[in-house]
Write a protein that binds this ligand. Structure first.
Ligand code: TIU
Length: 230
């Protein structure tokens, strides 16, 4: 690969150093993507988030073929929930009379205890399992920098630029992108490899990233990136 790779994006081309850029895949876990997972139980529509799996696998395959770094994040909590603030637990408690929203973090679902580390539902979907050499960040919050070693790992590996995907756009993806931007990383989200539970939230979230000459970063597409990597 050339020292610098550039591809068209909004608000203008994203240029990244090929030796200092990581692909960050946020929370592609069964609990957010599959039926009877945490997101589904919360009322999330799975159609769009599931559509992000294939393009993510495609980009990962190409990214890996160049030996470039990959970070996978996983949202979840310790078995005793001591790392889950009450604000997060309470928010997701069932409202009286609300049949849809009946289970909270730590409750037992068909894929194990919801968002609890080590449970089947907490792990990545089969198509997007990390490789041995890749980084896995277990995070208790929406943002991947809060209470994790992500900053240390990126710095240690000389990473300055991030290509970002995952679920959900409106929640953990853009929270992480905003955290990264505050910490000095140049960030580009890719439309096809991120999605959420509400199409209008995805659009608004990504629009907010790049408006005002790239307020938080860039938004691009996988095809121009893949073309630029050839
Ligand atoms: N609730 C929701 O939309 N998402 C999360 O809680 N986590 C992530 O976005 N990964």
């Amino acid at each position: 690969l050339p020292e610098k790779v550039s591809f068209s994006a909004k608000p203008y081309a994203f240029t990244f150093p090929s030796d200092a850029t990581a692909l960050v895949v946020i929370d592609m876990q069964r609990d957010f993507l599959l039926e009877n997972g945490f997101g589904h139980i919360q009322g999330g529509n799975l159609t769009n988030v599931q559509a992000a799996i294939k393009p993510t696998a495609r980009l990962l395959e190409i990214w890996r073929s160049f030996g470039l770094p990959v970070v996978h994040t996983r949202e979840g909590h310790l078995a005793d929930l001591s790392d889950c603030p009450s604000s997060k637990l309470v928010r997701q408690a069932a409202a009286p009379g609300n049949k849809q929203h009946v289970q909270v973090i730590g409750d037992k679902g068909p894929m194990g205890r919801l968002l609890v580390r080590g449970e089947y539902g907490h792990d990545f979907v089969d198509e997007l399992q990390p490789h041995e050499s890749e980084f896995v960040i277990d995070k208790p919050g929406k943002g991947a920098f809060y209470n994790t070693r992500l900053m240390e790992i990126l710095q240690k590996n000389g990473i300055t630029h991030l290509i970002i995907g995952g679920v959900t756009t409106e929640c953990c993806v853009t929270t992480t992108l905003r955290e990264a931007n505050d910490r000095g990383f140049e960030c580009c989200a890719l439309t096809e490899i991120t999605d959420g539970y509400n199409p209008s939230y995805k659009t608004a979230s990504l629009d907010m990233v790049y408006w005002s000459q790239g307020l938080f970063g860039y938004v691009g597409s996988i095809d121009p990136l893949i073309e630029a990597l050839k």
